[in-house]
Design a binder for this molecule. Structure first.
Ligand SMILES: [Zn+2]
Ligand SMILES: [Zn+2]
Length: 368
C-alpha cells in the first residue's frame, strides 16, 4: 500500500512529504492508521543530526491511532482498537528483559539505531529504495507499522490528539516520578525544565501526593502553565538564586526529589545542587552524547541517588491505560500541553517552533 509520510532525506534540510510504499505485514506486525502524532525534541535532534540515524528516514514516535490490520500471529490487539504507540518494544527473553529492564532489551538496542523494525528489517520504501523507521514507529505518516508489543490499547473515549501525548513525553515525565523516584507522600519535588516532560513530571508529583512541587524554567509562560498543572512554587532560572530558594522551602535541606527535564549541562549540574542529602535525582533530559558535564564534587556527596531514565521506567501495557484513565478521571491534564494542531504538510514549521521553545506540543492531526 502507499500513503503520505514526512521523510528526512538529509540532516539540516526540511522534511519532504512523499508517497511511500509499505511492504506486506509480517506475522507480528500491526498496521496502524495514524490519527494524531506530536512533535518531540528527539525528532528535532534527528533532523538536525545531534542523534545519528540512517537516512532517508520517516520520523515521529509519539502517536495514537486505530488498528487497521494485524499480522497472522498478533494476539494483543484487534482491528479497530484505539492504540497508543510505544517506542520500546521488548523481546521478553534476553539478559535485560530477564532483569526486568525492557528499556535495555538487546533486540531493541540492536535494531533501534539501525532504523529498522523490531525484527531488524525495514518495511517502508520510497521509489524502490529502503526507507528507515524512527524508534520502531515512524508516525509522521498516514499509516505506520509497529510490533504488536508497540501498540497498546486505550479506551475509545480518549481523544486521539491527547492520546498521542502519552506515548513519549507524558509517559517519561509522569513515569520519572511514579516509576523511578517514588517520592514519599508529602515530599518536596523540584522539576527543572517545563516542556512536555517537565510539566508531566509536575503532574506525576501531584499524583504522588507531593506537598511542595517546585517548577523551574527560564520562561515565565511555562512557569504559569506549571502552576495550572500543580506546581506550588515557581522560580525563574537565570534570575533567581535557586539553591537558596529551594533550601528556604525545606528548612535548609534541599528537595527530596529533583527531576531534570531541561536537557542542558547547567541544568544537570543544578539538579544535584538542589537535592538534599539522601535525596533522589532523576535525569530525563539529554545533551549531546559526546558532551562532558561538569559537577561540583561536594554536590554529589551525601548519599544522593542519581538515575538517568529515557522513558520514565515505562511499562507501556500497564502505564498507558493507567495514564488514559487518569486523564478521563480529570487527574491528569493533557489539553494544556497542546499548543497547536496542524496538518502533516505544516510539519517543518512545528519543528522550528519547538526548537525556539515556543510550544509545548504541536499535534499533527490526520483526517479520517
Ligand atoms: Zn520523544
Ligand atoms: Zn529483550
Amino acid at each position: 500500500m502507499q500513503f503520505d509520510a514526512a521523510v528526512l532525506h538529509r540532516v539540516g534540510r526540511p522534511l519532504a512529504i512523499e508517497r511511500v510504499t509499505l511492504g506486506p505485514l509480517r506475522p507480528h506486525d500491526v498496521l496502524v492508521r495514524v490519527r494524531a502524532s506530536s512533535v518531540c525534541h528527539t525528532d528535532v535532534e534527528v533532523a538536525e543530526g545531534q542523534l545519528a540515524y540512517p537516512l532517508p528516514i520517516v520520523l515521529g514516535h509519539e502517536a495514537a491511532g486505530t488498528v487497521e490490520r494485524t499480522g497472522s500471529a498478533v494476539s494483543r490487539v484487534v482491528t479497530g482498537d484505539h492504540v497508543v504507540l510505544s517506542w520500546n518494544p521488548n523481546c521478553g527473553n534476553c539478559f535485560y528483559c530477564d532483569l526486568d529492564q525492557p528499556i535495555l532489551c538487546e533486540q531493541y538496542l540492536r535494531h533501534g539505531p539501525r532504523g529498522t523494525q523490531f525484527d531488524g528489517d525495514a518495511r517502508l520504501s520510497l521509489d524502490g529504495r529502503p526507507l528507515h523507521h524512527l524508534m520502531f514507529i515512524a508516525s509522521f505518516a498516514e499509516y505506520c507499522v509497529v510490533s504488536e508489543h508497540g501498540a497498546v490499547p486505550v479506551p475509545v473515549e480518549l481523544p486521539f490528539d491527547r492520546a498521542c501525548l502519552l506515548g513519549c513525553g507524558v509517559m517519561t515525565g509522569v513515569g520519572g516520578v511514579l516509576n523511578i523516584a517514588h517520592p514519599p507522600y508529602g515530599a518536596t519535588v523540584a522539576v527543572l525544565g517545563c516542556g512536555a516532560v517537565g510539566l508531566s513530571a509536575v503532574q506525576g508529583a501531584r499524583l504522588a501526593g507531593a506537598e511542595r512541587i517546585v517548577a523551574l524554567d527560564i520562561r515565565a509562560d511555562k512557569l504559569e502553565l506549571a502552576r495550572r498543572l500543580g506546581a506550588t512554587h515557581t522560580f525563574a532560572v537565570g534570575t533567581e538564586p535557586l539553591v537558596e530558594a529551594i533550601k528556604a522551602l525545606t528548612q535548609g535541606r534541599g528537595a527530596d526529589v529533583v527531576i531534570e527535564a531541561a536537557g542542558t549541562a547547567e541544568s544537570l549540574r543544578l539538579s544535584v545542587e538542589l537535592t538534599r542529602p539522601g535525596g533522589q535525582v532523576v535525569w530525563l533530559g539529554k545533551v549531546a552524547v559526546g558532551q562532558d558535564v561538569p559537577f561540583r564534587w561536594g554536590a554529589l556527596m551525601g548519599e544522593k541517588r542519581i538515575t538517568r531514565s529515557s522513558y520514565g521506567g515505562a511499562r507501556p501495557a500497564r502505564d498507558f491505560p493507567m495514564l488514559a484513565r487518569a486523564y478521563l478521571d480529570g487527574r491528569l491534564k493533557l489539553d494544556e500541553l497542546i499548543s497547536r494542531r496542524i496538518a502533516l504538510a505544516d510539519i517543518n514549521a512545528a519543528f522550528a517552533a519547538l526548537k525556539r521553545g515556543e510550544v509545548i506540543r504541536t499535534v499533527i492531526e490526520f483526517p479520517v
